[in-house]
Design a binder for this molecule. Structure first.
Ligand code: 5GP
Length: 113
């Protein structure tokens, strides 16, 4: 089932896109939880981490490599950042199209709530 992120991929609704290639899209979160809060998503529709298949391994790797690239380009690689995938209800997932959160720009606490 498609989500709001499919509409962002298809440019049917606006988003501040910070990176795009043929497989991956990255854009600013509409409700940022840190000064920098980017969502990195595959263009392929995958609902949750539970739905990943072995053939998706390289694609998931691309999400992390995009996080690394953006951290370098945007200059928060050395200060640090957090990457998060939420899965299903207890993980706090609200949009059922996998997305890697990248949070930066402030000291993040641990453990998360
Ligand atoms: P989740 O809770 O599923 O891990 O995270 C979903 C994220 O998507 C949330 O941080 C939420 O703010 C963000 N989000 C939901 N709808 C939109 C939207 O229409 N545009 C953007 N840019 N972010 C969205």
């Amino acid at each position: 089932m498609s989500t709001i992120f499919t509409k962002i991929i298809n440019k049917e609704i606006p988003a501040t896109i910070v990176y795009e290639d043929d497989q991956v899209l990255a854009f600013n979160d509409i409700e940022p939880q840190a000064p920098i809060h980017i969502l990195i998503i595959p263009k392929k529709q995958i609902a949750t981490l539970n739905d990943l298949q072995i053939e998706d391994a390289a694609l998931v790797g691309q999400l992390f490599l995009t996080a690394k690239l953006l951290a370098k380009q945007m200059g928060f690689d050395e200060a640090g950042y957090r990457t998060v995938f939420n899965c299903n209800a207890d993980g706090g997932q609200a949009v059922y199209h996998i997305h890697l959160h990248v949070l930066a720009g402030r000291k993040l606490s641990w453990p998360p709530g």
